[in-house]
Design a protein around this ligand. Structure first.
Ligand code: PLP
Length: 363
């Protein structure tokens, strides 16, 4: 099955396109005949400059990123953005409004509270984050410096089915677990960030897409590395960037472009998720706790309603080469993360296993 590889349903790091990894393997020790690996290459070399420029260009094409936005390749994961965003964007009133739709959103808001006046304008915590609240322009404070949302909630399997209208207030979105899975109008956002380790590359790089007029407001006392301006002015090379991860990210971007860009990928993501949700909704054993209009295409959460049976499911699936199906350690149950690189056959193999498990365990 799958060239001797398991189907990895991990929420991240997760599967990468096999073709990309095979190409990377081919040029691992001698990149395009230059006699060295990208792992060994100076970030100041012309070869690496070409790699990062190409990655930047291809991401811009893929996401249709407007000219007045900078793409930054940073380190520190989505987690460091929880701090960098308030440190840089609390630039006038010191106020920001957050939507709390899951554990990562909650962490982002908690971190921001260290730096300013943070208001939680909506939360679905009372319903164990099983839906995305609807918000309107009037819900936000007139003078808020920005509004923060988590576009896809990796742990609870929810996704924003709409882009909140924030008027002139810049909208900041954590897209760690959904970037490149759908076409997005970047101009509706002031800043988008995403850790690479789900839909882009191995862990190690965080992509930040920031509108230029939001750059340059960090307080003087903040550490140099945490100022977006420093990275924007230095082409993401103020210090040594995560070169190898940026290279793989660039390979993934050009692979997606070669295959028609985001629309066909999105189409496949919809087909994979629809198939899995449909089976779960029809089954007698499994159920999905997420409200239908809020379901994520990337992270499909389901339970049997019996914690011991859930554990048995995860263990037996693993033995069949379907790995990392356990829900996040905070909520249990099951979660199938079916990012872009998960082939349809992976989802079909999972459903076949679920059917067999159901037949055995529902008397
Ligand atoms: N935001 C979301 C939506 C996530 O899913 C995660 C991790 O899974 C994070 C942030 C934290 O990212 P990192 O581990 O890259 O710091």
């Amino acid at each position: 099955q799958n060239n001797g590889r398991v189907y990895n349903f991990s929420a991240g790091p997760s599967m990468l396109p096999l073709e990309v990894m095979e190409n990377v393997a081919k040029e691992l020790t001698n990149y395009k005949g230059c006699g060295q690996s990208v792992m060994e290459m100076s970030h100041r070399s012309k070869e690496f400059q070409a790699i990062i420029d190409e990655a930047d260009k291809n991401l811009r094409t893929l996401m249709n990123i407007p000219e007045n936005y900078k793409v930054l390749f940073l380190q520190g994961g989505g987690t460091l953005q929880f701090s960098m965003v308030p440190m840089n964007l609390l630039r006038k009133s010191g106020k920001a409004d957050y939507l709390v739709t899951g554990a990562w959103a909650k962490k982002a808001a908690a971190e921001a509270k260290k730096f300013g006046d943070i208001k939680i304008v909506a939360s679905s915590e009372e319903a164990i984050f099983s839906y995305i609240p609807q918000v309107k322009r009037e819900d936000f404070r007139e003078d808020a410096d920005y509004v923060h949302i988590t576009f896809n909630n990796t742990i609870y399997g929810t996704h924003f089915g709409y882009i909140p209208d924030t008027g002139d207030i810049p909208l900041v979105a954590d897209m760690s677990s959904c970037i490149l899975s759908e076409e997005i109008d970047v101009s509706k956002f002031g800043l988008i960030y995403a850790g690479a380790q789900k839909n882009i590359a191995p862990a190690g790089v965080t992509i930040v897409i920031i509108r230029e007029d939001l750059i340059g407001f960090a307080a003087k006392e903040i550490p140099t590395y945490l100022d977006y301006k420093v990275h924007a002015e230095n082409g993401s090379m103020y210090n040594t960037p995560p070169c190898f991860t940026i290279y793989v990210a660039g390979e993934v971007f050009s692979h997606i472009l070669k295959n028609g860009g985001i629309p066909p990928l999105h189409q496949l993501d919809v087909e994979k998720a629809d198939k899995l949700y449909k089976y779960i909704d029809e089954s007698k054993l499994y159920s999905c706790p997420v409200q239908e209009d809020s379901r994520s295409l990337m992270n499909v959460v389901f339970v049997t309603g019996d914690a011991d049976l859930d554990k048995k499911f995860v263990a037996e699936a693993k033995a069949k080469g379907l790995v990392n199906l356990g829900g996040h350690r905070s909520i249990g149950g099951m979660r199938a993360s079916i990012y872009n690189a998960m082939p349809m056959e992976g989802v079909e193999t999972l459903i076949a296993f679920m059917k067999a498990f159901e037949a055995e365990n529902v008397k």
